[in-house]
Design a protein around this ligand. Structure first.
Ligand code: AP5
Length: 276
């Protein structure tokens, strides 16, 4: 369909007040034209569809930490494939049994399994206004499948927010992280201490408690220096090519998320917030 035909189709369906026809014309537009229109409407403060955001970054980059703030601000759910898989492992489901050893070794769970997990999840009613993906996609193949699934609904990813942090900082973060299993809330023995950890005391299972529920915090089985090396290798080899894949659409926004060179965690949040 040429630009003239697109404009005429849109104008006719607007004039007829037929919303189904309008949606049909929008979905039938070539992807590039649809992305331009969506971007123009977004820049004017109108949303042409669901808010679809990806928080992207290396293990320990702060996806869970800043992701929680983003979903609270936007009022959309956060879908973390890591959390979904950990829940499946804890529940001992068939998926959990398949995922457990792969996750503990720092590898990736099979693309097909993850893609069907997410494409089903984004159809749920709580995703009506949009959603934020965390930990997905992790391979160019997963990114392509996501585009396909969204394209079939006349939608596309609005923004990929990429957190950048050097490897040495990631090691410190991962090795000092404790998490609240139920909510996924993440703490750190230095950078984000729970209220229960007295100043100057070493972290133990007794004094590491969730701020909101008072329940015990735990260490993740894959949060060791050795496994982190494998997770980083997989990240650079298989995950970062996704940024090139989406760069063409102009939706990748990079944020320096290193707190060791004068920026505080609050400064980093302000840079992220300005992009939302
Ligand atoms: P997943 O759970 O997604 O793990 P990950 O990508 O390795 O990321 P993390 O959760 O470790 O880090 P994060 O960026 O959320 O950091 P956080 O905010 O906690 O995946 C786990 C495994 O599941 C994978 O290895 C794979 O096996 C499997 N999997 C998942 N998705 C998959 C998929 N799509 N396909 C195939 N397999 C899949 O921060 C870390 C620490 O740093 C915290 O203690 C925090 O308090 C602190 N911190 C954060 N930001 C700052 C800051 N700015 N300054 C100081 N401290 C900070």
């Amino acid at each position: 369909m040429g630009n003239g035909a697109i404009a005429a189709g849109l104008a006719a369906s607007l004039a007829s007040e037929d919303e189904t026809a309008l949606v049909k014309h929008f979905a039938a537009m070539p992807e590039e034209e649809r992305a331009r229109l969506t971007k123009a409407m977004d820049s004017l403060g109108y949303s042409a569809g669901r808010r679809i955001l990806i928080i992207f970054g290396p293990p320990g980059g702060g996806k869970g930490t800043y992701g929680e703030k983003i979903i609270n601000k936007l009022g959309v759910p956060g879908l973390s494939t890591g959390d979904m898989l950990r829940e499946a492992v804890a529940a001992g489901t068939e998926l959990g049994l398949k995922a457990k050893s792969v996750m503990e070794s720092g590898g990736f769970v099979d693309d097909a399994i993850i893609v069907s997990l997410i494409t089903e999840r984004i159809k749920q009613p709580d995703c009506a206004k949009g959603f934020m993906l965390d930990g997905f996609p992790r391979t160019v193949e997963q990114a392509g499948k996501l585009d396909e699934a969204l394209g079939a609904l006349g939608e596309s990813v609005n923004m990929v927010l990429a957190l950048e942090v050097p490897d040495d900082v990631l090691t410190v973060r991962i090795c000092g992280r404790w998490v609240h299993k139920e909510s996924g809330r993440s703490y750190h023995i230095k950078n984000k201490r729970p209220k229960s950890l007295p100043e100057g005391e070493k972290a133990t299972e007794e004094n590491m408690k969730d701020d909101e529920t008072g329940e015990p915090l735990m260490r993740r089985a894959d949060d060791t220096e050795e496994t982190l090396g494998k997770r980083l290798k997989a990240y650079y080899e298989k995950t970062t090519p996704i940024l090139d894949y989406w760069a063409k659409a102009g939706i990748v926004k990079k944020v320096e998320a290193d707190d060791t060179k004068g920026k505080t965690m609050d400064d980093i949040w302000k840079s992220i917030e300005a992009l939302l």
